[in-house]
Design a protein around this ligand. Structure first.
Ligand SMILES: [Zn+2]
Length: 451
């Protein structure tokens, strides 16, 4: 109990930079889960939910793999929701852990977890692996290593650029900032002159920092293990997916996102496949403030997206119609987005009206997404459009006839003030996801690219 009281007095040590964001210090910000005994954890939970029995709190804690942060998040969510304590706890925290098969045995087909208008909140690693295309490792790094890495990136974050992109006729600014890191100086120079993102070259490419580099090899080992488990337990016949690369996953690039306060977010999207190839895997390490990562399965249908407002509405109504899953990403958790994710699901970071301050980062969440830029997807090989620039790789996600097929498309339309040429060709791969270039034109070695 002394431990609890002394921790409760702790306040964040770093200054809060965004005063416009409403903050709520609704309980002790504890990140060193391993240090607490079960009794201490139950005492803390009981202080947050005095009406819930010890047995129910223990059950909740077990459903959260014993992680206090996750159990606290369930209770805090429940406190905000206008419903009876027992009912809410059951529907978001406990019941979802029970009764759903987690194997690839087709005779035990999974009941869909989501339904119209609902957001299901998942906290435990078993639930996340069973119901989403992701798996999660809580408390991934030794606590002091996670803090060192967080501090290293907090020092960089104020200089992260905020991407601008074109959404139909409007130029919009990303609702969070991000830095891009690669493993060598040579790669850095190549990135700035060869790799296009939304039709433009990045002017700010950085070299991996010492802590990021150290952690990168741990992420590599963990992600490769998670991929093997995923294949064995979740894919048909225990075999990798068609087009999934069979080789070891080797992270060599990282986008680092900074979400400064609960209002900063990112809308539903899939990650760009051009340089990581089809059925790619991404390792995403969360540090600092815990935020809600939402995923929803893409539903095929014909659609006409005529303007930004209409697109926003359809995005919202679609998430509503199919339901969505919120995965809670606490400090020092590694989320693996598996091979089925980018083609079949969309993901977002949901805005939050309140955040629980983190003792090191205040109201900031830092997120490192480790990626493997594959040599065979180097833009020097990629088909070029009539604008003379490398095309972008997309997967048909909605239109029924061609769903799951890949295509190379002009990306000049993403540049503010420019119209694309509309170029398109089908992309073909071996079953191991190696690109099959058209023999007449490949490989397309171009030493000089148009500006
Ligand atoms: Zn073009």
């Amino acid at each position: 109990m002394d431990e609890f009281v002394s921790r409760k007095r702790k306040r964040p040590t770093s200054p809060i930079q965004d005063h416009s964001t409403r903050l709520q210090m609704s309980g002790p910000a504890i990140t060193q889960d391993q240090e607490e005994s079960t009794d201490v954890k139950l005492t803390i939970l009981a202080s947050l939910a005095p009406t819930i029995s010890q047995e129910d709190l223990l059950e909740l804690l077990i459903s959260c793999d014993g992680y206090l942060d996750n159990a606290r998040a369930v209770l805090l969510y429940r406190n905000k929701a206008p419903t009876s304590p027992r009912k809410k706890l059951t529907s978001i925290g406990l019941q979802s852990s029970l009764g759903f098969p987690t194997t690839n045995d087709p005779s035990k087909a999974q009941k869909p977890l989501t339904r119209k208008g609902k957001t299901v909140h998942l906290f435990s690693s078993a639930d996340i692996a069973a119901h989403t295309p992701c798996s999660i490792i809580h408390n991934f790094l030794p606590a002091e290593d996670a803090t060192k890495l967080l501090k290293e990136l907090l020092a960089e974050a104020p200089t992260f650029p905020r991407a601008t992109f074109k959404l139909f006729d409007n130029v919009v600014q990303s609702p969070h900032s991000a830095g891009f890191y690669v493993s060598s100086l040579q790669e850095r120079e190549r990135q700035k002159s060869e790799y296009l993102y939304n039709g433009s070259y990045l002017s700010d490419v950085r070299e991996l920092l010492p802590e990021m580099r150290k952690v990168s090899s741990k992420v590599k080992d963990a992600v490769n293990k998670e991929i093997a488990i995923r294949i064995a337990k979740h894919y048909p016949d225990g075999k990798k997916l068609k087009y999934q690369c069979p080789h070891e996953w080797v992270p060599n690039a990282a986008f680092v996102n900074c979400y400064d306060g609960g209002a900063e977010s990112v809308g539903y999207h899939s990650d760009q496949l051009s340089y990581i190839g089809p059925r790619a895997v991404i390792g995403s390490l969360s540090l600092g403030v815990a935020r809600e990562f939402r995923v929803r399965k893409i539903v095929g249908r014909e659609e006409k997206e005529t303007d930004a407002k209409h697109k926003e509405e359809t995005d919202r109504s679609r998430a509503d119609e199919e339901g969505q899953i919120a995965i809670h990403l606490p400090h020092n958790s590694l989320l693996v987005m598996h091979a089925e994710m980018q083609e079949e699901w969309k993901h977002s970071i949901h805005p939050s009206s309140t955040v629980d301050l983190h003792p090191v980062s205040g109201n900031k969440r830092i997120n490192i997404t480790y990626r493997w830029y594959r040599e065979s997807f180097n833009p020097r090989y990629t088909p070029r459009c009539k604008c003379g620039i490398a095309t972008v790789l997309k997967c048909v996600q909605k239109k029924k006839e061609n769903r799951g097929r890949y295509m190379w498309m002009c990306q000049a339309g993403g540049i503010p003030g420019k119209q694309g040429c509309g170029y398109f060709e089908w992309a073909e791969f071996t079953s191991d996801g190696e690109p099959l270039w058209k023999s007449a034109s490949a490989p397309r070695m171009q030493e000089t690219l148009p500006a």
